[in-house]
Design a protein around this ligand. Structure first.
Ligand code: HDE
Length: 696
């Protein structure tokens, strides 16, 4: 049977015309019937029941009433934070059995598989906000283990802005649109956010992450994930080991530059979700390794900071990451709302073998998630929604009733203990047993003294970046603070930066045009300068050296050199990448031999910011007078991408002011070997040396 998209003839789609000439599609033998929610087959889905024509619509039209009623209630409250998100299903496969450190089900044996659902998100923007906002990303994974659901509700940064949950509403209020004017959307570049930050020195480490390229990832699939808090692994015998969780993308780390992020949001506000959808759709399933940092109390005691402080990380160099499994996302959602919107993560969803620590942020989170789900999903039975229901184990308890109950116990017994000899019972050995720890101390509102160093790891992060990345951090700070109207806020931030790194503070102060540098902010503890750089924290120092899964945008016009395109297609395919053809008309483009080639995007519809590298192979029309083609080339060059171009593009290159600008990544394509050399280079993704030259 033809699908509507395959059928080009409207008449094929029409099975009847109504009296007004409107299109009616009627079910025929063997096809699905349209029904009401009560199961009554609908006869006419185009006209409501009227008394006369035209005449008043009748209240007795239950099909109309039900349809509109349901529509009116389609929306549920969006998440207060992490509203903008995208999910997919997959599998976690254990590659290292860890029964010696945890009884947690996913790590029981090598090769054991556990189904997962992942939701990636931004934090600040609302549900319809653009994907490439500068923001921390959520990285929440639900493991449907055979001992119950375990949610690892993490972020793409290993640290957080605040040390105590009581500050969370203020942090989030400050970053969200300002309450009187309701802007800016999905942006931290405004007074309220920086005002709050300037009065919250503990945020400085996470600010470094948020101003770095980590906060503008190329894709969900090119970012790391972190559990942030220190958790506990616990063995069957009750022995505990501290654990920090890390997700390492197999595609490697990759981000975009800020100008690209801004333009991407205009060109394709759905860039990240589309990228994930497309990757799964073409069978290029994204994967992450799960790594753990394991350490004991002795390590914690000897570590420079408190391992319970969520504004601190443990450098990989101090405590190596051990890879224990791989997650593969291989199934897109069937329905965005049913799955991605309704999925309910909760830090308290843990399974035997995984336990909490006294990290005050984790403790606060444990309180929050159920609360928000009750509000969003409307009642306590959201655990019955398929995406939230455990899959790997039975569920049996005496919980009953409530809104939308869909699973009821049979029979008389709804309590325990009971003398009827019926129903489920607790099991002291198989059940969840909390790690036995002693608690003592005064009841008071307090912050541990061991949490009071706010700058040392911010500095460590900064000095771990390449000069180019440091430049991006400084530029981001200048951009964001330039959006703050209140000069006092700018100065206060610079006063904190002086405690992080004097050069950074000077760059930002200069970029803002501060008349005088403010004094360094009073610090509870002086910044340590003995912490060594941690190369693992830099994206540029850890290039993927692969073009796998990356996309080259190839701009063509009629009469282009087909042999060059063929060489490009082969080289990119060999490198595991993809090509998208951009041309003046979506209907096709002809090569010099007059063969028609398919086109993916019209020029102007897919600017170069959407591609990892670009090639420009025009034909008779050199595209030198096409504004969108000029922007395509200029931006790709400006964004330090690998750019290949054929001789026929010389006029375009010249009008962009790039004649004679050849560098290792701005390459003339003349024949198959030059094409191969260009594609070999593309695996470096960017040519950062150009950035320095462009800045003069
Ligand atoms: Fe969340 N957070 N959070 N958070 N969080 C929510 O739960 C909260 C924090 C994170 O894709 C909410 O269902 C408090 C850190 C992710 O559905 C809410 C505090 C980290 C997601 C909530 C934090 C996170 C949320 C809103 C401070 C990284 C999206 C909707 C104590 C380790 C999950 C919801 C998804 C969502 C509360 C801080 C990660 C309101 C009180 C730190 C990835 O319950």
């Amino acid at each position: 049977m033809k699908t509507p998209s395959q059928s080009s003839d409207l008449n094929d789609l029409i099975s009847a015309r109504g009296t007004g000439g409107e299109i009616q599609q009627h079910a025929v033998e063997g096809t699905e019937r349209l029904t009401t929610a009560q199961g009554v087959v609908i006869a006419d889905n185009q006209n409501s029941l009227r008394a006369g024509a035209p005449g008043p619509t009748l209240l007795e039209d239950f099909a109309l009433r039900e349809k509109i009623f349901h529509f009116d209630h389609e929306r549920i409250p969006e998440r207060v934070v992490h509203a903008r998100g995208y999910g997919a299903h997959g599998t976690f496969t254990c590659t290292r059995a860890m029964a010696d450190v945890t009884r947690a089900a996913p790590f029981a044996s090598v090769g054991k598989q556990t189904e997962v659902f992942v939701r990636f998100s931004t934090v600040a923007g609302s549900k319809g906000s653009p994907d490439l906002a500068r923001d921390i990303r959520g990285f929440a994974v639900k493991f449907y283990t055979d001992q119950g659901n375990w949610d690892l509700v993490g972020n793409n940064a290993p640290v957080f802005f605040i040390q105590d949950a009581i500050k969370f509403p203020d942090l989030i209020h400050s970053v969200k649109p300002e309450p009187d004017r309701d802007f800016p959307q999905a942006a931290s570049a405004h007074d309220n956010f920086w005002d709050f930050i300037s009065l919250t020195p503990e945020a400085m480490h996470t600010i470094m992450w948020a101003m770095s390229d980590r906060a503008i990832p190329r894709s969900f699939t090119t970012m790391e994930g972190f559990g942030v808090h220190t958790f506990r692994f616990v063995t069957v015998d009750g022995v505990s080991t501290f654990v920090k969780f890390h997700w390492k993308p197999k595609m490697g780390l990759q981000s975009v530059v800020w100008d690209e992020a801004v333009k991407s949001n205009g060109a394709d506000a759905d860039r990240h979700r589309r990228d994930l959808w497309d990757a799964i759709d073409r069978g290029d399933y994204p994967e992450w390794d799960l790594g753990v940092q394991l350490f004991d109390q002795a390590f914690a005691d000897g570590f420079a900071f408190d391992v319970l402080d969520p504004t601190k990380l443990i450098p990989e160099e101090d405590c190596p990451i051990q890879i224990v499994g791989t997650m593969k996302l291989d199934r897109a959602v069937e329905n965005f709302f049913a799955e991605t919107e309704q999925v309910a993560f909760c830090t308290q969803n843990v399974v035997p073998g995984i336990d909490f620590t006294d990290d005050p942020l984790l403790q606060g989170r444990n309180f929050s998630y159920l609360d928000t789900q009750l509000k969003r999903l409307g009642g306590p039975n959201f655990t019955k929604i398929p995406v939230n229901a455990p899959k790997g184990c039975p569920v049996s308890n005496y919980q009953q009733d409530g809104h939308m109950q869909t699973a009821h116990r049979k029979g008389r017994v709804n309590y325990e203990p009971n003398g009827w000899g019926e129903g489920p019972r607790a099991h002291p050995l198989e059940g969840y047993v909390s790690y036995l720890s002693s608690v003592s101390g005064d009841k008071a509102r307090l912050r541990p003294e061991s949490f009071s160093d706010h700058y040392s790891q911010a500095r460590q992060f900064y000095i771990s970046q390449t000069p180019s990345e440091q430049g991006h951090i400084a530029a981001a700070l200048v951009f964001e603070l330039s959006k703050c109207a209140e000069p006092g806020i700018r100065a206060r931030i610079v006063s904190h930066l002086r405690n992080v790194d004097e050069d950074l503070a000077a760059h930002v102060g200069n970029g803002l045009g501060l008349e005088a540098m403010p004094a360094p902010a009073p610090a509870a503890r002086p910044t340590r300068t003995d912490l060594k750089p941690s190369p693992a924290l830099s994206i540029q120092s850890n290039p993927p050296e692969s073009f796998k899964g990356r996309v080259m945008g190839v701009m063509l016009s009629d009469g282009f050199d087909g042999s060059l395109l063929a060489a490009l297609e082969k080289a990119v395919a060999d490198a595991g990448g993809l090509i998208k053809i951009i041309a003046p008309r979506i209907g096709g483009v002809t090569c010099s031999k007059n063969n028609l080639h398919t086109v993916d995007e019209k020029i102007g519809g897919a600017p170069s910011v959407l591609f990892d590298s670009v090639a420009i192979l025009p034909g008779k029309d050199s595209l030198a007078t096409t504004a969108a083609a000029k922007a395509f080339l200029s931006d790709a060059h400006q964004h330090c991408k690998y750019v290949g171009w054929s001789e026929d593009a010389s006029a375009l290159v010249a009008v962009c002011g790039l004649a004679g600008a050849e560098d290792d990544a701005f390459c003339a394509l003349t024949d198959a070997p030059s094409v191969q050399a260009f594609v070999n280079g593309c695996k470096n993704l960017r040519y950062w040396a150009r950035e320095t030259l462009l800045q003069g």
